[in-house]
Design a protein. Structure first.
Length: 216
């Protein structure tokens, strides 16, 4: 097993990896569909969680035959989620400790996320995460969701590194699989609301942890 701290760059997913926020999104999606008078399909949350906000909204409208626009769906989601990110969402256990350890070692730390800046910026500010990250790349910025490695590759480029010198940390098998395909050393992080089982993640990732503290 490679030394986790032996790399130059560390690219973190946010929801479910650094932030304990995955359960929120199930509520956001459910409340939105309930407000529209639509029953939630069994596989809906898992499908939408793999997509960018824009793609997820389009999928919602098209797959459920809604009369509202994707833009209206996005605004409904943001209205429900914004207060939680601004006031309540907390880091995953040992996330802050890990970030401080990497910073103390002089490592480059970045973010690759599907989360909109209107949500993560106030959250970072409240948690004093501002200044911890060299850069942030979103799936909206690269135009492809996490079924593709583009968001990780773009963040790696911003950090001035190559994939073989970077670790990607993800709770999602969709993201972890793409990161591996992009040439990154991949660490899977357990989350109770992840889109896969721990066994599935272990089969994909170079390393899998139940808690970020296990990396020390």
């Amino acid at each position: 097993m490679k030394d986790f701290f032996g790399f130059d760059g560390y690219i973190f997913d946010l929801d479910g990896t650094l932030l304990d926020s995955m359960s929120l999104w199930g509520r956001v999606y459910s409340e939105t569909l309930s407000a529209l008078g639509v029953a939630e399909p069994a596989d809906y949350v898992r499908a939408v969680n793999k997509m960018s906000v824009a793609d997820g909204a389009r999928y919602t409208v098209e797959s459920l035959g809604l009369s509202v626009s994707p833009e209206q769906i996005v605004e409904m989601w943001k209205a429900t989620a914004h207060k939680e990110y601004r006031d309540s969402i907390q880091p995953k256990n040992n996330a802050e400790k890990l970030l401080k350890r990497l910073a103390a070692l002089g490592k480059s730390i970045g973010v690759a996320t599907a989360l909109d800046s209107s949500l993560y910026v106030p959250c970072f500010r409240r948690l004093n995460f501002d200044g911890m990250f060299r850069s942030v790349t979103t799936v909206a910025e690269v135009g492809k969701d996490k079924r593709y490695p583009d968001v990780y590759l773009a963040e790696c480029e911003k950090m001035g590194l190559t994939p073989d010198r970077c670790v990607v940390l993800e709770d999602s098998i969709t993201g972890a699989t793409s990161a591996k395909r992009g040439g990154f050393y991949t660490v899977g992080v357990f989350d109770a609301d992840a889109d896969c089982t721990p066994q599935e993640m272990q089969a994909v990732c170079d390393r899998y942890v139940s808690d970020l503290g296990d990396l020390f």
